[in-house]
Design a protein. Structure first.
Length: 378
C-alpha cells in the first residue's frame, strides 16, 4: 500500500534512493542538488546509510565508485558544473563498469539561477556513454531514481539522473512505499582484487565493444518504458522532455486535437524504436527542450536515417530560444510561431496569471481551518 507525501523533487530522490537500497551517498553541495544528500543524511543513522560531503565532486565520485566496485549501491550528488570536476574518473568509469550500482544525481540550472554555465548534462551523458534519465516532476524523480539503481545493477554501468532547478526545487504529492524511510536491507560482498578495476589500454580495448552493446540494449529497453509515452492524435507532433513536457501539456490545453505529444523520460540512449513509431505518424514536429537542442538533434538524425518526411521546428531554425529557462508563456508564443509558419489559423491562448492554489489550500489545511475561498479565474 502506497502513501502520499508532499515532497520537494530532491527529497523525492532521497526517498527513492533509500527505497532502492542505497548504502553509500557522497556529494559536494551545490544548488540545485544539495537537498538530496541533506535529506538522506537526516535518515542515515536510522537507515544504515553512510553519507558524507566530500572535499569536491571528483573525490565524491571516486568514493562512491569504490563502494560500487565492492558490490554496494552508491549515490553521488552534484550540480552540473561539478560534473566537470568529476569528469576525469567518470570517463574511465564507464569502461570499467560497476558491480553493485552507481547513480549520479546531476542537477542542471537553466537560467541560470546559481551557476556559472548553462551546460546540459544530457549531452555530457551521451558523450560519456552513460545512461541519462530526465524526470519531469517530483513523482517521476522518485520513480526514476529507483529505476536508475535497477539499470545500474542489471547492466553494470553508472547511470545519471539529470534534473533541472524546477524539478529539484518544485514540490508535489509523491506516492511512496513508506511515508518515512526504513532501514536499508542490502548486501555488500566486499572488494575482490581483479584486473577489471584497473583501467589500462588493454582493458579499454576489451570493454569498449561491451559498452557500445549496452547502449543498444538500453535503447531497446527504454523504448518499452512508460516514461517514453505518446498521447493525442493530432497531425502536429511535439517532442519534449523534463519539465518542458509539463509546460507543453499546460500550453496546449483546449487545443489537444491539433497535437500528438511524445514525452521522453529516458533521453540517453535515445529510445529510437519508440521515437520512430511516433515519427511515422506525423509530418510536422515541434521539439521543446531547455538548454541544448539534444532531442532535436536525435530526431533529425532518426528522420534522416529512416527517410521520413517530417519537418522539424526547434532551436536550430530559430523557433525556440537557444538559452534560458522556459515557462508556459514562452512555449505558447513559440508554438504559435510554428502554427503561423504552417498556415494554421488556430492559436494557443495565454491563461490568466497563475494562482498558487496548492500553497493556499495546503496552508489552510495545515491550520485546520474550514473556510470558503474564491480561487478566481484561470
Amino acid at each position: 500500500m502506497t502513501e502520499k507525501k508532499l515532497l520537494m523533487g530532491n527529497e523525492a530522490i532521497a526517498f527513492g534512493a533509500i527505497e532502492a537500497g542505497v548504502q553509500v551517498v557522497t556529494g559536494y553541495p551545490g544548488t540545485p542538488s544539495t537537498e538530496a544528500l541533506e535529506t538522506i543524511a537526516r535518515h542515515a543513522e536510522k537507515c544504515g546509510v553512510y553519507a558524507e560531503w566530500s572535499s569536491n565532486e571528483k573525490v565524491a565520485l571516486e568514493t562512491a565508485a569504490g563502494a560500487a566496485y565492492s558490490g554496494a549501491k552508491a549515490l553521488v550528488t552534484m550540480k552540473q558544473v561539478g560534473l566537470n570536476v568529476a569528469s576525469d574518473p567518470l570517463m574511465s568509469l564507464t569502461y570499467i563498469g560497476v558491480k553493485g550500482a552507481l547513480v549520479l544525481l546531476v542537477a542542471d540550472d537553466p537560467g541560470p539561477h546559481s551557476s556559472q554555465t548553462e551546460q546540459d548534462t544530457r549531452s555530457f551523458g551521451h558523450f560519456a556513454n552513460i545512461p541519462v534519465l530526465d524526470p519531469a516532476s517530483p513523482q517521476e524523480a522518485y520513480e526514476l531514481t529507483k529505476l536508475a539503481f535497477e539499470i545500474s545493477h542489471q547492466f553494470e554501468v553508472p547511470v545519471i539522473l539529470r534534473t533541472t532547478t524546477r524539478v529539484s526545487h518544485s514540490s508535489g504529492d509523491v506516492e511512496l512505499l513508506n511515508s518515512e524511510p526504513s532501514p536499508v536491507e542490502a548486501f555488500c560482498e566486499g572488494f575482490t582484487k581483479d584486473r577489471r578495476w584497473t583501467i589500462f589500454p588493454r582493458l579499454t580495448a576489451e570493454r569498449h565493444p561491451w559498452l557500445e552493446n549496452v547502449q543498444v540494449q538500453l535503447s531497446d529497453l527504454f523504448s518499452e518504458l512508460k516514461y517514453n509515452s505518446v498521447s493525442g492524435s493530432g497531425k502536429i507532433g511535439i517532442m519534449a522532455s523534463g519539465v518542458s513536457a509539463l509546460y507543453v501539456k499546460e500550453a496546449v490545453k483546449g487545443f489537444e486535437e491539433l497535437f500528438t505529444l511524445f514525452r521522453v523520460g529516458t533521453v540517453y540512449p535515445f529510445p529510437e524504436k519508440a521515437a520512430l513509431s511516433f515519427l511515422k505518424g506525423i509530418e510536422k514536429l515541434i521539439v521543446v527542450e531547455e538548454l541544448d537542442p539534444y532531442l532535436e538533434e536525435q530526431a533529425l538524425q532518426l528522420i534522416g536515417r529512416a527517410h521520413l518526411p517530417a519537418d522539424v521546428y526547434g532551436k536550430k531554425n530559430g523557433f525556440f530560444p537557444v538559452s534560458g529557462e522556459y515557462n508556459v508563456d514562452i512555449i505558447i508564443d513559440c508554438i504559435n510561431k510554428v502554427l503561423a509558419e504552417l498556415g494554421e489559423t488556430s492559436r494557443l491562448s495565454h491563461s490568466a496569471p497563475a494562482i498558487p492554489r496548492s500553497c493556499l489550500l495546503y496552508t489552510s489545511d495545515a491550520a485546520d481551518e474550514r473556510s470558503s475561498v474564491d480561487l478566481g479565474g484561470r
